[in-house]
Write a protein that binds this ligand. Structure first.
Ligand code: C5P
Length: 228
């Protein structure tokens, strides 16, 4: 197993952007575990299965292949990077993420990804369940309002039409957080040994610097300059 840094936290806290930048700075690989849950959800929607039926979703995840490359998410070899960000997939992902068999298989995919390389991984259960022995763990939060603003900005950048206003986005992320926190298996929570960082009012680079400092203190070699 390579070295692993975990970043967990609620929707819109900036985990992906921060994790990707941190991985770049360290020269490590980036693992977006939410993209895995989204990809299997897309596969389930396309297959027309009952998303809440455990035997059907267990069969489905065993039959699909999800591959994360540095700049794309592939479902059975096809780039689905844009399709997995749709509102329909975002809403349905919580149902697949509640499934014990889906979580068990994705946990294995995530551990396999980190088997022989150094990884910065982000999600909800990375520090608590998937990589309990991670080298350094973080839990990234931000105020509800800031998270909703970031999510709205993400939607706009992707050219997605958002039903409703900032309040609608706020409700959507609050609903998702409530479900992710209340989940019977692998609920979202900071690991006991995680450093909790509130990124409200901080820019991406500032958060990355805070993380790098903590990683350095824990003993990892941190390059002084971003690799070109
Ligand atoms: O991070 P992202 O918003 O892409 O995650 C989508 C959903 O996937 C989350 O709301 C959560 O339900 C699920 N998820 C999870 N465990 C992870 C990552 C994501 O349950 N490690």
């Amino acid at each position: 197993m390579g070295q692993v840094v975990t970043i967990d936290g609620p929707a819109g806290a900036g985990k992906s952007t921060v994790a990707r930048k941190l991985a770049e700075r360290l020269g490590w690989h980036f693992l977006d575990t939410g993209a895995m849950y989204r990809a299997v959800t897309l596969a389930a929607i396309r297959a027309g299965i009952d998303l809440g039926d455990e035997p059907s979703r267990a069969r489905l995840v065993r039959a699909v292949s999800v591959e994360l490359t540095p700049d794309s998410v592939r479902l059975d070899g096809v780039d689905v990077s844009a399709a997995i960000r749709s509102i329909e997939v975002t809403r349905a992902t919580g149902t697949l993420a509640d499934s014990p068999s889906v979580r068990a298989l994705l946990r294995e995919w995530q551990r396999a990804f980190a088997r022989d390389r150094n990884v910065v991984t982000e999600g909800r259960d990375q520090g608590t369940v998937v990589f309990p022995d991670a080298f350094r763990k973080f839990f990234l939060t931000a105020s509800d309002e800031q998270r909703a603003l970031r999510r709205l900005e993400d939607y706009r950048t992707r050219g997605q039409t958002v039903a409703g206003d900032l309040n609608a986005v706020l409700r959507e992320i609050q609903d998702r957080d409530a479900r992710d926190t209340a989940r019977a298996i692998a609920p979202m929570r900071p690991a006991d040994d995680a450093i909790v960082i509130d990124s409200t009012g901080l820019g991406v680079e500032e958060v990355v610097e805070v993380l790098l400092e903590a990683i350095q203190k824990a003993g990892a070699a941190v390059p002084t300059e971003a690799p070109t």
